[in-house]
Design a protein around this ligand. Structure first.
Ligand SMILES: NC(=O)c1ccc[n+]([C@@H]2O[C@H](COP(=O)([O-])OP(=O)(O)OC[C@H]3O[C@@H](n4cnc5c(N)ncnc54)[C@H](O)[C@@H]3O)[C@@H](O)[C@H]2O)c1
Length: 314
């Protein structure tokens, strides 16, 4: 009998991670989630409670992944693919505590790559971020735009990209880094003030509460639906691409004010839109160039914002 391929998803109990687990199980993988549940939740994976295709192991990636995976591979065979999503996800927290960010976001990536090198993993797909670019003026942002991160979070994502490239070229570990723009969708946690703006707006608008915009709302973002992001992750796990770095966005941008109005309209409640002073350091514009995503991975983020917002609000 042929063995079911084993994929590891670090951060698999989180927002993007849990959707990735859904897609990988649907695609025929056995999945092992490694998570320390700092922001992720077991309830995000409750739909697989009766599945024998999912193992969930509590593990801090900053301390290594060999020991956590040993019992899993003893039972199910070697790890074939790794999706590395586990991270300290707050830019603000990275500024307050850069050493912790480095240990989790860069150190965690090195631990994953060391495992992949030692065990002959066939592909590591990594969640990088548009934060590697910093405040870019020229839109859309191309992958070869100079990277000038303006936070420890962005620096550690960029350092992780360099590590991926090093392990690919020197140790022959196939890797792909996906630079996510602003991801949104169901299961994004609105409780943290640093969560994605859509999850916060959606949460407040559903309750008929006011929405607060920092500044005049003219700042733009490239909001990409989580289902499209997961298609990019699954495509990145395939053979035939390595040392690839690709933006994951829609290629279009909308203003935060327009977003707030759309969310309020879709909710049909009478939420007010208020303005607070602009946050220092906030980037003004963001829009991905997405040719590489479609050419190299065959993925187009096609979910219309209004459809993605409906799914998020339901
Ligand atoms: N959401 C976005 O818009 C966005 C944009 C760019 C990049 N990213 C990246 O995508 C990835 C997933 O982000 P998300 O939005 O799903 O956030 P999330 O907070 O929902 O998921 C992160 C997961 O990692 C886990 N985790 C954190 N530290 C860990 C550690 N030391 N060891 C093990 N697990 C740990 C958390 O418990 C959580 O389950 C992250 O790497 C993030 O930096 C997200």
């Amino acid at each position: 009998m042929s063995r079911i391929p084993l994929a590891v998803v670090t951060g698999g109990a989180g927002f993007i991670g849990s959707h990735t687990v859904d897609a990988l199980i649907a695609a025929g993988f056995r999945v092992c989630v490694l998570d320390n549940f700092s922001t992720g939740k077991r309830s995000n994976l409750a739909q697989h409670a009766n599945s024998d295709r999912l193992d969930i192991v509590t593990c801090d990636v900053a301390h290594g992944i060999f020991a956590a995976l040993a019992p899993i591979t003893a039972q199910h065979g070697p790890v074939e693919r790794i999706v590395h999503l586990a991270a300290q996800v707050s830019v603000v927290a990275s500024v307050a505590n850069p050493l912790v960010d480095m240990q989790i976001n860069y150190g965690g990536t090195l631990h994953v790559l060391e495992y992949a090198r030692a065990q002959g993993v066939k592909k590591v797909a990594f969640a990088s971020s548009a934060a590697v670019y910093g405040d870019v003026v020229e839109m859309p942002v191309r992958e070869d735009t100079p990277r000038q991160p303006v936070s420890p979070y962005g620096i550690d994502k960029l350092a992780s990209e360099f590590a991926l490239d090093y392990y690919a070229s020197v140790h022959g570990v196939p890797t792909t880094a996906l630079r996510f723009f602003n991801v949104y969708g169901p299961r994004q946690d609105p409780t943290s003030p640093y969560s994605g703006v859509i999850s916060i707006f959606a949460d407040r608008a559903k309750a008929g509460r006011g929405l607060t915009i920092f500044g005049d709302g003219s700042q733009t973002r490239d909001f990409v639906y989580v289902g499209d992001v997961v298609r990019a992750i699954v495509a990145a796990l395939g053979d035939g691409n390595s040392r690839l770095i690709a933006n994951v966005g829609t290629g279009s941008e909308i203003t935060v004010l327009e977003l707030a109005r759309t969310v309020v309209d879709l909710c049909g409640r009478k939420s007010t839109i208020e303005h607070a002073p602009a946050r220092s350091g906030e980037i003004l514009k963001s829009r991905a160039r997405v040719d590489r995503l479609s050419e190299k991975l065959g993925v187009v983020a096609e979910t219309r914002l209004v459809d993605g917002l409906r799914a998020t609000l339901s």
